[in-house]
Design a protein around this ligand. Sequence first.
Ligand SMILES: Nc1ncnc2c1ncn2[C@@H]1O[C@H](COP(=O)(O)OP(=O)(O)OP(=O)(O)O)[C@@H](O)[C@H]1O
Ligand SMILES: [Mg+2]
Length: 233
Amino acid sequence: MSEELLYEGKAKKVFTTDDGSVLLHRYKDDATAYNAKKRGSWEGKGRTNATMSAAVFAYLESQGVPTHFVEQVDDVSIKTKRLEMLPVEVVVRNVAAGSLSRLLGFEEGRKLKSPIVELCYKDDDLDDPLLNWYHFRELGVADEDLAFCEELGLKVNAVLAPYFDEKGVTLVDFKIEVGRDESGQLMLADEISPDTCRFWDKETGEKLDKDRFRRDMGGVEEAYAEMLKRVTD
Ligand SMILES: Nc1ncnc2c1ncn2[C@@H]1O[C@H](COP(=O)(O)OP(=O)(O)OP(=O)(O)O)[C@@H](O)[C@H]1O
Ligand SMILES: [Mg+2]
């Protein structure tokens, strides 16, 4: 097998495969936050992120959302299509938290009137800033690609908010990435996991995501295990 490390990210390693159009993503137990200023690691994280991403991508595909997902290979690895990534992080929010609370002065937990979509520039040196369409044009990102990102974000939210609600979880917000395949089609890429979403228990409000790590709340391993259980049960 011609497995060559293509990219080592903070949370996973991405390898080439025999098939030039397919990649292998192997999820690590490592975590970073605040643009890698804070680091940690816990048992089972890679398994949760790989398995939840696989289950959620498969469900999104069944609901008509194009994704890069091919198959889950083992506990911590999935195969995906190889894409040319847009330098964009698409954030969709249903409830105020994190940077939106700071931006608008909203108390964390305030329900938004309707979902808010934000487009951020994927650039660690700049701390992934929130940009508008004029900025993206200057960076060479096409308007039609930005329009796709916003529509995709809203569609993913419309599918996943009820999906998680049924599992007793409020989808507070999430980040997705978008890429283009060889034929030119744009689709959902990267991962959907407690690293990239805020999940709050619907009844108790308990946080079941990476905020437990960011904010040193403890119980992070248990929270990831609980989310894996809710998605796979
Ligand atoms: N289908 C795909 N084809 C090509 N690259 C992809 C695909 N899906 C995801 N990627 C890219 O692979 C990398 C995954 O690495 P990882 O998420 O570990 O680190 P990171 O994104 O650099 O850091 P962080 O997520 O902590 O900001 C990202 O650069 C992501 O954009
Ligand atoms: Mg990433």
